[in-house]
Design a binder for this molecule. Structure first.
Ligand SMILES: *Cc1c(COP(=O)(O)O)cnc(C)c1O
Length: 235
């Protein structure tokens, strides 16, 4: 958890990533303002989120409830950078997640959605969520299968205390960049289909990490989740 990156170095890296996003957007005719940079701060100390906030990023991503609980000093609704959950969530941690996170990107079952809805209701809030989809059909990844997505989203849309804002995916690890591109295109296509099917906006496509952010931006990502390229390798 040591602070091995100076703020100046972080800032240079973040500028570099924003420039890459802007260049990809120019190349495919997108407006760079439609792509948001999320700093993934997992395994790093609270300093990492402080850097992201000082730089002016909108949100950080964490993949474990307990770790975020130990680092976050604000709560949803407070001023300051937003915190989002991007790692898989057990139903027995749903209550803690609802109190701690501004948005949960890793909703991957109707059962979890119902639990989050119940807990959000108890906390008196509407919880924004993304549906995590295994768009790359990766046996090692969480997320609903593409075929299950309509039924799970339908269940989510019936829950009064959840607000579905879009889809999230993690591409399979591969040397072949085409695998990531296909995965991201599949997520975008699914979003378009679900949007038409349910008349729901689903504006957010959370896709792209340090190794595949260019592919993700070209396929329509609105949130790239970047850890290593900002903070260095996790130990
Ligand atoms: C760790 C993680 C990231 C960031 O990965 P990097 O390769 O370090 O950029 C993005 N998304 C999820 C869901 C993660 O768990």
């Amino acid at each position: 958890m040591d602070n091995s990156v100076s703020y100046e170095e972080f800032s240079d890296r973040a500028q570099g990533i924003l420039s890459r996003i802007a260049a990809e957007c120019r190349a495919c005719g997108r407006d760079a303002a439609t792509v948001k940079l999320m700093a993934v701060t997992k395994t790093h100390g609270a300093w990492a989120a402080q850097y992201a906030e000082r730089f002016g990023l909108a949100f950080v991503g964490e993949n474990r409830v307990q770790e975020a609980e130990a680092k976050r000093t604000t709560r949803p609704g407070d001023p300051g950078i937003r915190w989002e959950l991007i790692g898989s969530l057990q139903t027995n941690k749903a209550k803690a997640a609802t109190v701690l996170f501004d948005r949960v990107q890793s909703v991957d079952s109707a059962k979890l959605a119902r639990e989050l809805d119940k807990r959000a209701g108890q906390a008196g809030r509407v919880l924004p969520i993304l549906l995590q989809v295994n768009a790359g059909r990766d046996p090692a990844k969480h997320g609903v299968e593409i075929e299950e997505a309509p039924a799970v989203l339908e269940a989510i849309l019936s829950l009064p205390n959840l607000k579905a804002e879009g889809l999230m995916t993690i591409a399979p690890l591969s040397e072949d960049k085409a695998v990531a591109s296909r995965t991201f295109a599949a997520l975008r296509t699914l979003r378009d289909e679900l949007s038409a099917l349910f008349g729901a906006a689903l504006p957010e496509l959370s896709m792209g990490m340090s190794g595949d952010m260019s592919e993700a931006v070209r396929e329509g990502s609105t949130i790239v989740r970047i850890g290593t390229a900002l903070f260095g390798a996790r130990t």
